[in-house]
Design a binder for this molecule. Structure first.
Ligand SMILES: C[S@@+](CC[C@H](N)C(=O)[O-])C[C@H]1O[C@@H](n2cnc3c(N)ncnc32)[C@H](O)[C@@H]1O
Length: 236
């Protein structure tokens, strides 16, 4: 099993890592979050529901769980893109099993989206932006391909702030989760990368500013589950 090579560019390391863990990713996601990740994705769907988006782009779609949840909005088409082909392979297996035809998963890089300006009514990302090599470029690309009046929804891990949940969560996230993650994924670094990447990620107002810099307007945030995750939303 290839290990993370610290000298490689972040994008390549991230791609290799998700390719390596792809076949365990869904199980680990639900197991390590006690299934709460499913509720978080539903929040994205609920946020977008009043806008009835017809064309949706799910960036860093991975195995397609958010795209599959967003299908309940009855859009004409959902495109999911990801740099890790193995994640998409697992996603495509799920789509075939569920006989879903209007979700298309394609390999693609968030920092260089192969779509025309103003193509989508809604653009989403779940637990992806933290992994972007160039956050500003990724967000700016998402904004470029979104129609004026469209909506963006970004789910990302954040850090709980209040006692005693913060202390309990930090212990779980730094000591328990990496152990179980390593055991089940058989990957040495993926589940130490997770807390490290959350720790170093710009959240709260810093992230809202990043959204504005990228061109989104009226960015807002809603902290979920004591701040373990945050839903950032905005328009154009
Ligand atoms: C934690 S997974 C999230 C997958 C999925 N959105 C979910 O909710 O389960 C992060 C995904 O981001 C993808 N990713 C990271 N950088 C990317 C980039 N520059 N462009 C596209 N996908 C990227 C990874 O390959 C990985 O599948």
């Amino acid at each position: 099993m290839p290990q993370l090579q610290k000298k490689q560019a972040k994008k390549e390391r991230v791609r290799l890592m998700f390719n390596d863990i792809a076949h365990r990713y869904d199980f680990l996601n639900h197991f390590l979050s006690l299934g709460i990740d499913i509720q978080w994705r539903k929040k994205v769907k609920r946020y977008l529901k009043p806008f009835q988006p017809k064309e949706i782009l799910d960036v860093a779609t991975g195995t397609g769980d958010l795209a599959i949840e967003l299908k309940k909005l009855n859009p004409d088409r959902i495109i999911g893109i990801d740099i890790a082909i193995e994640m998409l392979t697992v996603g495509n297996e799920k789509l075939s099993k569920k006989k879903i035809s209007n979700i298309v998963l394609q390999q693609g890089d968030s920092e260089n989206l192969k779509f025309n300006d103003e193509t989508f009514d809604a653009v989403t990302v779940a637990f992806g932006v933290r992994n972007f090599e160039n956050l500003n470029k990724g967000l700016a690309e998402m904004c470029r391909v979104m129609k004026k009046g469209g909506h963006v929804a970004i789910l990302e891990f954040s850090k709980p702030k209040s006692f005693p949940f913060k202390q309990f969560y930090n212990f779980y996230f730094k000591y328990i989760l990496p152990g179980f993650g390593k055991l089940i994924s058989k990957h040495n670094d993926a589940y130490t990368y997770l807390p490290e990447s959350v720790e170093s990620f710009a959240e709260d107002v810093t992230f809202l500013k990043e959204m504005e810099l990228a061109g989104f307007i009226e960015p807002k945030q809603r902290r979920l589950t004591f701040g373990v995750a945050t839903l950032y939303t905005g328009s154009k």
